[in-house]
Write a protein that binds this ligand. Structure first.
Ligand SMILES: *[C@@H]1O[C@H](CO)[C@@H](O)[C@H](O)[C@H]1NC(C)=O
Ligand SMILES: *[C@@H]1O[C@H](CO)[C@@H](O)[C@H](O)[C@H]1NC(C)=O
Ligand SMILES: *[C@@H]1O[C@H](CO)[C@@H](O)[C@H](O)[C@H]1NC(C)=O
Ligand SMILES: *[C@@H]1O[C@H](CO)[C@@H](O)[C@H](O)[C@H]1NC(C)=O
Ligand SMILES: *[C@@H]1O[C@H](CO)[C@@H](O)[C@H](O)[C@H]1NC(C)=O
Ligand SMILES: *[C@@H]1O[C@H](CO)[C@@H](O)[C@H](O)[C@H]1NC(C)=O
Ligand SMILES: *[C@@H]1O[C@H](CO)[C@@H](O)[C@H](O)[C@H]1NC(C)=O
Length: 335
């Protein structure tokens, strides 16, 4: 039923095309369409599969998807296949799809324009997701200006293996779903597809979709087990990488250390130091001259992107004595 509705929104521009068709507008208007030469191209947005009638003697062909942001995406078609699948592309902006096959040396080409069904300006806006504390994910979005009052949005997440699940726990704003809280991220693949569609009695609701690289939306916890040990001349700060959704190697992280003299309000005295994870999760520095107490706090980011997580609790150390301080985070599953 749903597929029928979605397919009905597909505007099918079906024509028999000589090579020159795309070049001359005039020819397009000529009644040269041979009905049985049509490829009958269909697009199913749910499976992102493009299909057409198989032809005897069809040889090599090509499918092209024209994406507003990603540009032209081409796929070769094997002789006997009458389908293409385009994964990992968002469809909410609409796409243009073209199929071209050769039958007995004749070129057959057909174009199809897929548009987002529903009324303009009704889709979920400002969609974003964050993975935090290794196991959890929050997504949020907002009702758009033109969305009717009775709009309800639904979030679906699909992994590369096309396993789809609906949001198990919505966050609501006066009854409207505006966010989602997930506590089980197993089964999600590094690239996952997010779809927010909606319903209303009043009008069709456009969908919003996005393909997210999960590593890019993960916010890392502060490092675990921060310790400081000072000897006569140096202080050594050590820590362990935080637990993350995937157990990445040390080199995938970077850390920022904020070393401050305690109760010093002037920020000029605070030192911000960046240490990359491949240097052994340690930082050695000359013991401060003054006997004042110092604190260090550390936060974590991906080695390639300084998208910093939260700061750790400050760890206090007294540089006048050889001290050790250890801090561990006890993580309990919230809710
Ligand atoms: C195309 O249609 C004509 C007339 O209906 C028919 O004779 C011919 O066999 C058809 N060709 C194909 C390839 O279906
Ligand atoms: C396919 O090719 C064979 C051999 O060239 C030819 O006899 C046959 O008519 C072709 N079939 C169609 C439907 O064009
Ligand atoms: C995620 O959502 C939960 C439930 O609403 C909330 O308690 C938590 O603070 C949120 N965390 C982040 C990082 O957004
Ligand atoms: C989306 O975010 C932009 C920028 O933060 C903001 O101006 C706009 O009002 C937001 N839209 C909605 C519908 O909340
Ligand atoms: C939204 O998308 C999901 C997943 O593809 C589908 O099962 C559901 O029927 C859709 N809902 C609407 C209102 O289109
Ligand atoms: C914390 O780190 C220190 C020093 O690196 C180490 O001796 C200790 O075993 C660690 N503690 C835990 C619970 O991992
Ligand atoms: C203090 O620690 C630093 C760095 O870890 C080391 O080079 C130095 O030899 C140590 N000094 C003493 C007196 O142990």
């Amino acid at each position: 039923m749903l597929i029928t509705i979605l397919l009905a929104t597909v505007v099918l521009l079906s024509m028999v095309l000589d090579s020159a068709w795309l070049l001359t507008q005039e020819q397009q208007d000529l009644p040269t369409v041979k009905p049985n030469a049509s490829l009958n191209v269909k697009f199913d947005p749910q499976t992102t599969k493009l299909t057409w009638d198989c032809r005897e003697n069809a040889s090599s062909g090509e499918c092209v998807l024209i994406h507003k942001e990603k540009g032209l995406i081409k796929k070769k078609v094997k002789d006997s296949e009458c389908q293409c699948t385009f994964q990992d592309y968002s469809l909410h902006g609409g796409v243009t799809l073209t199929v071209e096959v050769h039958v007995n040396q004749r070129r057959l080409s057909e174009m199809l324009v897929y548009t987002n069904p529903g009324r303009e300006g009704t889709a979920a806006q400002n969609f974003s997701c964050v993975i935090y504390d290794a196991d959890f994910m929050n997504c949020s979005w907002a009702k758009d200006r033109a969305a009717p009052n009775d709009v309800q949005y639904f979030l679906y997440i699909r992994s590369k293996k096309r396993i789809e699940r609906e949001c198990p726990r919505y966050l609501k704003d006066s009854g409207t779903h505006v966010g989602c809280h997930l506590r089980d991220l197993s089964g999600l693949t590094s690239y996952s597809y997010f779809l927010v569609n909606g319903t209303s009695q009043e009008t069709g609701i456009q969908f919003f979709d996005s393909v997210l690289l999960l590593k890019e939306i993960e916010q890392y916890n502060p490092p675990d087990n921060i310790t400081v040990q000072c000897n006569e001349s140096h202080c050594l700060i050590r820590w362990e990488k935080p637990r993350t959704r995937q157990p990445w190697p040390n080199r995938e992280f970077q850390y920022q250390l904020d070393i401050q003299r305690r109760r010093d309000t002037s920020s000029s005295r605070s030192q911000l130091i960046v240490v990359f994870g491949d240097s052994g999760n340690r930082y050695n520095f000359p013991k401060p001259g003054s006997k004042a107490k110092h604190t260090v706090k550390i936060r974590t980011a991906d080695a390639r992107k300084a998208h910093w997580g939260a700061w750790s609790q400050p760890v206090e150390f007294d540089s006048s004595r050889a001290t050790g301080y250890s801090l561990r985070f006890h993580r309990s599953k919230i809710n």
